[in-house]
Design a protein around this ligand. Structure first.
Ligand SMILES: Cc1ncc(COP(=O)(O)O)c(C=O)c1O
Length: 338
C-alpha cells in the first residue's frame, strides 16, 4: 500500500473514537438527539467554547458549511470568502445549488483575507439592485495550511460587526490551527468574535461527524429545522455526540492535531534540505505546499500518494494526519534523496 500524504481524510478512525462509539452502544436511548450523550456533548461545548455555545452534530464538513450558512442568510444576501475557500472550490457548487446564494471572492496568495479586503466588498449597502454581503467566511487552518491568529480573527470580526455582518469560520481543521498557535478553541472563536463555526472532527480522527456551533446567541435558533430539511439530522445521534464529547478533551484533540502538525514540520525541515524543492506557502499546520521537478513527483508517486495541486507549476500538497508516523516521513525524505 502506498504511504499517504494525500489527506488527513485518508487516515482511519482514532481508537478513542471507536471506544466512544462502543461505550455508547448499550441499550436503547431516544433518537434524533434527545439522548443523554447529546446532552453531555452540548454541556461540553459550553464548557469549552463558553456558555452561549450551542452545538449540532452533522455528518460532514460540506453539510456543516452549507446548512450553517443557510440558517443565517436571507435569499438576497451573500458570503464573502477567499477565492480558493472550500465552499467555493470543493463543494461542487452546493452553496449555490442548495442555498442559491452568491459567494463574493477575495484574491489572496495564502488564503487569508484581511479586514481591508472585506471593507472593499462592502459597497452599495442598501441598494436594492445589489446583493448584500451578510457573512464573511474564513477557514482556519486555511486550505493552504496557513493559520489565522486570534488577533487577525478579531480584526476581521470587528469589521463584520461594525457593518452588520456575521463571521463564520470553517473549522474543518480547527484542531490543527489551535494546536499550531498553542491556544484554545475558545481563543480563536468565541473570544475572537466568531459568530458561528463549522467544527471539524473527522479529519482529526472522528468517524463521519462534524458540528455546527453557534456562538452568537441570536443565531441559529431554528437551526434544527434547517438541519433536518437539508438531510443532516442523524437518527442515532448518540454515536456522533459520544465522539464529539470525547474529542473535546484536550488530551484527545490536542494530542492528535499536535502530532499531525509535528510530522508536517519534520517533513518540511527535511524538504528544505532538498535541492529543487521550493516551499510555496508558509507551513503553519499539517499541510505543506511546494514545488518539485516533475520527474521527481512521478517517481515519488509510485510509493506515496499525494496531490499535485497545480500541474502548471508542479506544486504539490503533502498532508499529514494523526496517523502519520516518523517512519512515513523518513521514507519520503529518503526516497527524495535517491
Ligand atoms: C477546508 C475544508 N472545509 C470543509 C471540508 C469538509 O468537507 P467534507 O464534506 O468532505 O467533509 C474540507 C474537506 O476536505 C476542507 O478541507
Amino acid at each position: 500500500m502506498k504511504i499517504n500524504f494525500a489527506s488527513d481524510n485518508y487516515a482511519g478512525v482514532a481508537p478513542e473514537m471507536l471506544r466512544a462509539i462502543e461505550n455508547a452502544n448499550s441499550g436503547t436511548v431516544p433518537a434524533y438527539g434527545s439522548d443523554p450523550y447529546t446532552q453531555s456533548m452540548q454541556d461540553k461545548f459550553k464548557a469549552v467554547f463558553g456558555e452561549t455555545a450551542r452545538a449540532y452534530p452533522v455528518f460532514n464538513g460540506t453539510g456543516a458549511n452549507v446548512v450553517a450558512l443557510g440558517s443565517v442568510l436571507r435569499p438576497y444576501e451573500t458570503v464573502v470568502c477567499a477565492e480558493k475557500a472550500h465552499i467555493q472550490v470543493d463543494e461542487c457548487g452546493a452553496p449555490e445549488h442548495i442555498l442559491r446564494v452568491k459567494l463574493e471572492l477575495i484574491s489572496t496568495k495564502d488564503q487569508k483575507i484581511t479586514p481591508e479586503q472585506i471593507r472593499e466588498k462592502l459597497v452599495r449597502r442598501g441598494d436594492i439592485h445589489y446583493a448584500q454581503a451578510r457573512v464573511v467566511s474564513i477557514t482556519n487552518s486555511t486550505e493552504y495550511g496557513t493559520v489565522y491568529t486570534a488577533a487577525e480573527i478579531r480584526a476581521i470580526a470587528d469589521v463584520c460587526h461594525e457593518n452588520g455582518l456575521y463571521l463564520h469560520c470553517d473549522g474543518s481543521r480547527i484542531s490543527n490551527a489551535a494546536a499550531s498557535l498553542n491556544t484554545s478553541f475558545r481563543a480563536i472563536t468565541t473570544d475572537a468574535g466568531v459568530d458561528f463555526l463549522s467544527f471539524g472532527a473527522t479529519k482529526n480522527g472522528a468517524l463521519a461527524v462534524e458540528a455546527v456551533v453557534f456562538l452568537n446567541p441570536t443565531l441559529g435558533l431554528d437551526f434544527e429545522f434547517h438541519r433536518k430539511q437539508n438531510l443532516q439530522l442523524s437518527s442515532k445521534m448518540r454515536f456522533s455526540s459520544a465522539q464529539l464529547d470525547c474529542f473535546l478533551d484536550e488530551s484527545y484533540w490536542r494530542k492528535h492535531a499536535s502530532h499531525a502538525n509535528r510530522m508536517a514540520e519534520r517533513l518540511e525541515q527535511g524538504l528544505k534540505q532538498v535541492r529543487g524543492f521550493e516551499l510555496t506557502q508558509k507551513r503553519q499546520a499539517n499541510a505543506i505546499f511546494g514545488t518539485l521537478p516533475q520527474a521527481v513527483i512521478e517517481r515519488l508517486q509510485q510509493k506515496f500518494v499525494f496531490y499535485v495541486w497545480n500541474e502548471l507549476t508542479n506544486e504539490v500538497r503533502l498532508m499529514t494526519s494523526f496517523q502519520t508516523t516518523e517512519s512515513d516521513v523518513e521514507a519520503f525524505l529518503s526516497a527524495l534523496k535517491t
